[in-house]
Ligand binder design. Structure first.
Ligand SMILES: [Zn+2]
Length: 258
C-alpha cells in the first residue's frame, strides 16, 4: 500500500473570499479565482498564532512545531474552486465573443491551425493558463465607500470596489507533507478584507498524491476535433466535457461559459 504523504484539503467559504491581486486599477482591486498556496500557508500560520501566540514567545517545543509547519519541508498547494479549469496555452479563443457559439469554440494549436474564430471569423486570443470558474460561479464585485464622520454620509470620490469569490464556494487542493496539526478541522480567515469576509471551514485528509493527467473527452463537439478543419460543426456546437482526473479528486465541467 502506498503511504499517504500529503493532505487533500477542502475549504468551504462561509463568507466572501477576497483573494486580492494587490494592484488597484480605477479604484477596483481584482481577485484571484483561486487561493494561491502562499495565501493558504498564511491563513494556517495566522490560525496557529491565534491558538498559540507568536512563535518567538512560545516554548521551544511549540516554536519547533511552528517551524516544522511553516518553514520546513511542507509545501502548500493552491486551492481551486471545485470544478474550475485552466485554459491550455495551446487553445486560441475568440477575442470578442458575441454569441454562445463564440464562447464554446476554440482552435487548439496542438492539433490544427486557424487564425480566426470559427464562429464569427473575428480575431483569436491565446489561452494563458488562466483559471476559469465552473458554470454558474462568478467572482462578485463588492462596492464600499468611506463614511464622513461629521455628516454620516458617504464621502465624495471615495468609492472603491474589490472582487471576491462568493460565500458557499468550495475550494480544493493539496498540502504536500503531513503534520497532525494540519489534519484537524478548523475555521480559517482566508485572503484579505478580513473584517467583513474570509471566514472559511478547513478540512484535510491523508492523501496519496499522484501525477495529474489530462483526459479530454467529447473533443469533437465544441473544441474542434484533432486533424479537422476549423469549421464549426453544423448548428450550435454542444459543449465539450473536459475531465481533470486525479484519483480521489474527480471533477468535470462542460462548456466554457462564465
Ligand atoms: Zn467569435
Amino acid at each position: 500500500m502506498t503511504e499517504a504523504t500529503a493532505l487533500a484539503v477542502t475549504v468551504l467559504a462561509r463568507q466572501r473570499l477576497a483573494l486580492g491581486v494587490g494592484s488597484e486599477v480605477s479604484y477596483f482591486t481584482g481577485t484571484h479565482l483561486y487561493a494561491p498556496g502562499s495565501v493558504v500557508r498564511g491563513a494556517l500560520a495566522a490560525a496557529w498564532i491565534a491558538e498559540n501566540g507568536p512563535p518567538d514567545r512560545a516554548d521551544p517545543a511549540k516554536r519547533r512545531e511552528f517551524g516544522d509547519l511553516f518553514d520546513g519541508a511542507i509545501r502548500f498547494g493552491p486551492l481551486h474552486v471545485q470544478g474550475s479549469d485552466r485554459v491550455p496555452v495551446s487553445a486560441y479563443l475568440c477575442k470578442y465573443p458575441r454569441t454562445d457559439d463564440c464562447r464554446l469554440v476554440a482552435v487548439d494549436r496542438a492539433f490544427e491551425s486557424g487564425s480566426d474564430c470559427p464562429a464569427c471569423r473575428g480575431p483569436l486570443e491565446q489561452g494563458k493558463g488562466e483559471v476559469q470558474l465552473p458554470d454558474g460561479v462568478s467572482a462578485a464585485r463588492v462596492m464600499r465607500t468611506s463614511i464622513d464622520r461629521q455628516t454620516g454620509r458617504a464621502k465624495v470620490d471615495e468609492l472603491y470596489a474589490h472582487g471576491a469569490l462568493p460565500a458557499g464556494s468550495r475550494l480544493e487542493g493539496t498540502i504536500f507533507g503531513r503534520h497532525p496539526w494540519l489534519e484537524a478541522a478548523r475555521r480559517l480567515r482566508l485572503g484579505g478584507r478580513r473584517t467583513v469576509g474570509g471566514a472559511a471551514d478547513y478540512h484535510a485528509a491523508p492523501h496519496c498524491p499522484t501525477r495529474p493527467q489530462w483526459t479530454v473527452t467529447g473533443y469533437s463537439s465544441g473544441w474542434p476535433a484533432p486533424a479537422s478543419s476549423s469549421t464549426p460543426p453544423a448548428g450550435r456546437p454542444s459543449p465539450p466535457t473536459r475531465q481533470w482526473t486525479w484519483p480521489g479528486h474527480e471533477s468535470s465541467r462542460s462548456g466554457r461559459g462564465r
